[in-house]
Design a protein around this ligand. Structure first.
Ligand code: CP
Length: 317
């Protein structure tokens, strides 16, 4: 990445929807800086952060924790299972408590779409902390989107004209929603595939549905989505689900892999259902960027945390 860009200043980091392309490139530049050099910003006071995960996570939680450590933040442990959430304390009251104690930033994953609106629209609120959205229901996953963008940028040096296919459980995917909004804004051509019943009208605004076998040899980036069984509410359909059949119809089989362009790349947000979305043997294949995505996640999360620290003017930078 070349020229220095204006720093991004945000009170909260909730969604990618309203980010400008300039802000995205600035965040990617910062992530690249953090990745290429061990130096970190010198904040003028201690900054306290808590990670609140109300849905399971391995990558996002550990990666935010690593990013926070690399930035020198004080990390305060929080467990939904052992907190007063179990006594029905609301999310707002949990955050109000944290804010009163001196927590500056809260990284939150929550099953409810746009959970943060209720938190931020309380009348007469004394809440004073920055929120970073680590995934809300089927809504947004901003840090996953940015790490995907960094991984694509490192490969192609830009996004304009790239053919990107998003394949799989579209309907339930916050990864698909965040990425389609931002990739379209950045000039990529989007295609969708997978079970057609999961391609709802909101996706047709961003790109067309194409059968996977017609797409696979044409695309530069293949973004596979996890089948999110935990969000499937149609029990009969869920009981009828066959991993082997899904893999044959919509998964990246060895045969489809062999039809891909030589320099095409494969992304998957994880966790992977091996031999469902992709053949287990392909997870670490030459075109797969699964491991790189997880590495890049640390650096984009450092950039996101820094953007909120600077936006709230709590670090003196
Ligand atoms: N990609 C992702 O969000 O993974 P985790 O659920 O493990 O955090």
């Amino acid at each position: 990445m070349s020229s220095r860009k204006a720093p991004v200043l945000l009170s909260h980091f909730l969604s990618v929807e309203k980010l400008t392309t300039q802000q995205v490139f600035s965040l990617l530049q910062r992530a690249h800086d953090f990745k290429s050099s061990p130096t970190r910003p010198e904040f003028t006071r201690e900054i306290n952060v808590a990670n609140l995960f109300f849905e399971n996570s391995t990558r996002t939680k550990l990666s935010f924790t690593m990013a926070e450590q690399k930035l020198g933040l004080n990390i305060f442990p929080f467990s939904a299972q052992t907190s007063s959430v179990q006594k029905r304390e609301s999310l707002y009251d949990t955050l109000l408590t944290m804010s009163a104690i001196g927590i500056d930033l809260a990284v939150i994953r929550h099953p409810q779409n746009t959970y943060y609106e209720e938190v931020l629209n309380q009348p007469n609120s004394q809440l004073n902390l920055g929120l970073l959205n680590a995934g809300d229901g089927s809504g947004q996953h901003p840090s996953q989107c940015l790490l995907d963008l960094l991984t694509i940028y490192e490969e192609y040096g830009g996004f304009k004209g790239l053919k990107v296919a998003i394949v799989g459980d579209l309907k339930n995917s916050r990864v698909a929603r965040s990425n389609m909004q931002m990739l379209k804004k950045l000039g990529a051509h989007l295609y969708f595939s997978g079970p057609s019943e999961w391609f709802t009208s909101e996706f047709s605004e961003y790109g067309e549905y194409v059968e996977f076998d017609q797409l696979v040899s044409q695309i530069d980036v293949l973004m596979l989505l996890r089948v999110q069984h935990e969000r499937h509410t149609d029990l009969a359909q869920e009981q009828a689900f066959s991993a082997a059949s899904y893999h044959q119809k919509y998964g990246l089989t060895i045969s489809r892999y062999q039809q891909m362009k030589e320099n095409a790349i494969i992304l998957h947000p994880g966790p992977i259902n091996r031999d469902v979305e992709m053949a287990s043997k392909l997870v670490e294949a030459p075109r797969s960027r699964f491991v790189k995505q997880m590495t890049n996640g640390v650096y984009v999360r450092m950039a996101m945390l820094e953007a909120v620290i600077n936006g709230r003017q709590i670090g003196g930078i």
